[in-house]
Design a binder for this molecule. Structure first.
Ligand code: FES
Length: 368
């Protein structure tokens, strides 16, 4: 329940919103001071309290989060940047909430799969406890259920890619969706499969939901091995005409896309959090990169500006390092940059750019 205007919490919120207080806190802003004492009362930033922690598999942790009043909500399938401080450095990673957008109390559920070198994922698995506060960005992303729900939906996922499609499935079920929903999911083994019991319960409760699970490295399942055309019929009566959403590793996305192209169907909506393999032309790089706010300059070495800034001893904010979360966005004051994901070259004027995926094309200046 939101705090009332007359409760101590409500009064604190009103005081924190006053512009006088903002002026007194200049140049850091009120939030810098409030963060130290009551992080959930921040005026602008989204913070969330961990209210429950469970471990579905040995390699994952599922967190239930209660965001503060700055949270603006999300659409099923979007992701958030979650940040935590590890050894004095704030680290951020993108995660897709897996709960229904109609969840009681606006709580979010995030399931984080760990990787051997995953600093944030391992930290969350080992350290997250009820009462811990984490930072969140607002929800982002175009991988979403359309506002006007399609008649039939097919959700295909692999590994941790199950999370955004789980949000879609739970949202549709909460809305009483009566159209056909196929849910095709791949995990390495039954021990590493996420949301097994929830999926069984949803398909038992909702006759229009059909779930098919496959294990790519062993374990009994009606479908076996990696995705192939024959698996589709285990999840849906006819994949043509079903609004299709695919999230998982690039190989799964490619395999699904190939079948859709063979059948002359519209490309499915896809999302992957695997960083694309990129190569950079460092031999012909030229010009100088100027970091105006810090007064530093380096010779352009052809790598993304985030790396060049770090090499120059700066510590720009960043999260995903793959152009997803927007955390590294900063002002380019002059010069052209190439977006390494799209190949597009910017204009030479002032604009916000994501420095983790921008490579300078000659002299460039940033406001950091
Ligand atoms: S760090 Fe996420 S977009 Fe650059």
């Amino acid at each position: 329940m939101p705090p009332s205007a007359t409760s101590p919490h409500g009064l604190a919120q009103r005081v924190l919103r006053s512009s006088l207080l903002e002026a007194l806190a200049y140049p850091h802003g009120v939030d810098r001071y409030v963060e130290l004492v009551r992080p959930l009362l921040l005026r602008h930033d989204v913070r969330a309290e961990v209210v429950a922690v469970r471990h579905q598999t040995p390699r994952s942790v599922t967190l239930t989060l209660r965001p503060n009043e700055n949270w603006r909500g999300l659409r099923a399938g979007q992701f958030v940047g979650l940040s935590v401080e590890i050894e004095g450095i704030r680290e951020m990673r993108p995660y897709s909430p897996s709960g229904s957008v109609h969840a009681r109390g606006g709580e979010l559920e995030l399931t984080v799969s760990t990787h051997p070198d995953g600093k944030v994922s391992r930290h969350l698995r080992d350290r997250a406890r009820p009462g811990v506060i984490v930072g969140l960005t607002q929800a982002q992303g175009e991988f979403v259920l359309p506002e006007v729900r399609p008649e039939r939906v097919l959700l295909i996922s692999g590994g941790s890619g199950i999370t955004p499609v789980m949000a879609m499935l739970r949202t549709l079920c909460d809305e009483g969706f009566t159209g056909e929903v196929g849910f095709l999911n791949y995990a390495r083994s039954p021990e590493l499969a996420l949301y097994g019991s929830e999926l069984d319960a949803l398909s038992a409760e909702h006759p229009a939901v059909r779930v098919a699970r496959g294990y790519t490295r062993g374990g009994h399942s009606p479908i076996s091995g990696r995705f192939r055309r024959a698996h589709l019929q285990a999840a849906i009566s006819d994949h043509a005409g079903a609004a299709t959403f695919v999230c998982g590793p690039p190989a799964l996305i490619d395999a699904v896309g190939r079948i859709w192209r063979e059948d002359g169907l519209e490309e499915p909506s896809v999302e992957t959090f695997t960083a694309p393999a990129l190569t950079f032309d460092t031999a012909t790089a030229e010009g100088t990169v100027s970091f105006a706010a810090s007064g530093r300059q380096v010779a352009n070495n052809g790598l993304p500006l985030l790396e060049q800034a770090e090499d120059a001893g700066l510590t720009p904010e960043h999260g995903c390092r793959m152009g997803i979360c927007n955390t590294c966005s900063c002002l380019k004051t002059s010069g052209r940059v190439r977006n390494v994901l799209t190949g597009e070259v910017s204009s030479a004027g002032e604009e916000q750019i994501r420095i983790c995926v921008s490579v300078p094309v000659g002299d460039t200046a940033l406001d950091i």
